[in-house]
Write a protein that binds this ligand. Structure first.
Ligand SMILES: [Zn+2]
Length: 402
């Protein structure tokens, strides 16, 4: 499955209608959740029956295409089943499904819309959104319309986007490189590989990049200050909030682009890549580390690693991160060290940079567990497509989903 995203050119009137559709999708999702909470033993099929009921009860719900109504209820169901899953597997926190207040997207399936030439889409359900021009470089004509399984309308700080989820199996054969690699994530470097190479936190650690980074931080705090000076509920405040959101959107897009390029490079030059199975969820206790890893874009990097791994037929393995930095990569002895100890020095004579030692251990674990490839993150993600953003002019075609 790939996701192609286009910016949509929408008039003010159309924007209002899209917002209305998004609100309706949220309404149905929340109603479905409420129903599940109030009725013990509710199943997926009960929720789809509920959709019909809601449509007959609320005129605005009826406006939304019937399959899009189902899709909204399915969203509720996927939150519910993830909750059940976490309970069963003992994953904590279990993530009890929450009501949505600020949904940003509405999802259509195979009806309620029609593709028009050249590069336009027409929404045909009761909201009367009508035709939207699609801006972007991808060519939808390359795909059979029957392959388009979902169409999403997404609202972002800088406008509306249309995403197409297309069922194609992207697989590209690459010559085996003969290399394997273990990656250790750190606060000092973006990662250290098992050959002892460090990848800096900022890929382009040039003076320009540093300046850019500093400037963007400065701009952020400037925009935040401006926001805090405005009056609650005023038009100024709405405008200032939007400015800040647009700035953050831009920074996050750059982070994603960077993670994507790096991941592609790693996948192309290795046949097997092992990395720690770190989950932000498990790092809540260590807020500092969680934030650093989030800011560095490591989560995005991992998603793209697994995506490109699938695409290019390479093996990606997420290994248990326990003791990878304490174990000696040469003899296997435990060498205790605190976070501040940067060198691994074992009695057996093995002296390595701390992260290099860990990366070797990670690779070894990866090689010993091949067969259980790590795609846990992808399974857990459940394709929240509106949370990944791709710059429209990016050289790469696809976005990560399932
Ligand atoms: Zn040793």
């Amino acid at each position: 499955m790939i996701v192609l995203e286009f910016k949509a050119r929408a008039s003010k009137h159309q924007s209002g209608l899209i917002d209305e559709a998004i609100r309706t999708a949220q309404f149905i999702r929340n109603k479905a959740l409420r129903y599940w909470m109030d009725n013990k033993g509710t199943g997926k099929s009960d929720l789809s029956k509920l959709c019909k009921l809601l449509a007959s009860e609320f005129p605005f719900a009826k406006k939304l295409n019937s399959m899009a109504r189902q899709a909204s209820a399915e969203r509720a169901w996927s939150a519910i089943s993830r909750f059940y899953d976490n309970c069963k597997k003992g994953i904590k926190p279990v993530g009890f499904p929450k009501f949505k207040k600020f949904a940003r997207s509405v999802e259509y399936k195979t009806s309620g819309w029609k593709l028009l030439e050249p590069k336009r889409i027409k929404f045909t359900d009761g909201f009367g959104i009508g035709e939207l021009r699609l801006i972007g470089t991808y060519d939808l004509a390359l795909y059979d319309p029957a392959q388009i399984r979902r169409v999403r309308l997404v609202r972002r700080a800088d406008g509306y986007y249309v995403q197409f989820c297309i069922a194609v199996d992207v697989k590209v054969e690459l010559e085996p490189s003969g290399n394997t690699m273990g990656l250790d994530v750190g606060l000092e470097h973006f990662y250290t590989d098992s050959n002892g190479q460090h990848q800096p936190i900022e890929v382009e650690r040039s003076r320009n990049f540093k300046k850019f980074y500093r400037d963007s931080q400065k701009k952020r705090s400037m925009l935040q200050r401006r926001l805090s000076r405005t009056q609650k509920g005023s038009a100024h405040r709405a405008k200032a909030r939007n400015r800040l959101a647009r700035h953050e959107l831009k920074v996050s897009r750059q982070r994603i682009e960077r993670a994507k390029k790096l991941a592609l490079c790693v996948i192309k030059s290795n046949d097997l890549i092992a990395y720690e199975d770190l989950r932000i969820r498990n790092m809540v206790k260590n807020h500092c580390l969680a934030k650093a890893i989030h800011d560095a874009g490591w989560y995005q990097f991992r998603l793209w690693l697994e995506y490109f791994g699938k695409k290019y037929g390479k093996v990606t393995v997420a290994v248990n991160p326990a003791y990878t930095s304490q174990e000696c990569s040469d003899c296997g002895a435990m060498v205790k060290k605190s976070l501040s100890t940067r060198t691994h020095a074992c009695e057996c004579g093995c002296v390595l940079q701390r992260d290099h030692n860990a990366a070797i251990n990670i690779l070894r674990r990866g090689l010993s567990t091949v067969g259980h490839t790590g795609t846990g993150l992808l399974d857990n993600l459940n394709a929240p497509g509106d949370e990944t953003a791709t710059a429209l002019d990016s050289g790469l075609l696809q976005q990560v989903t399932s």
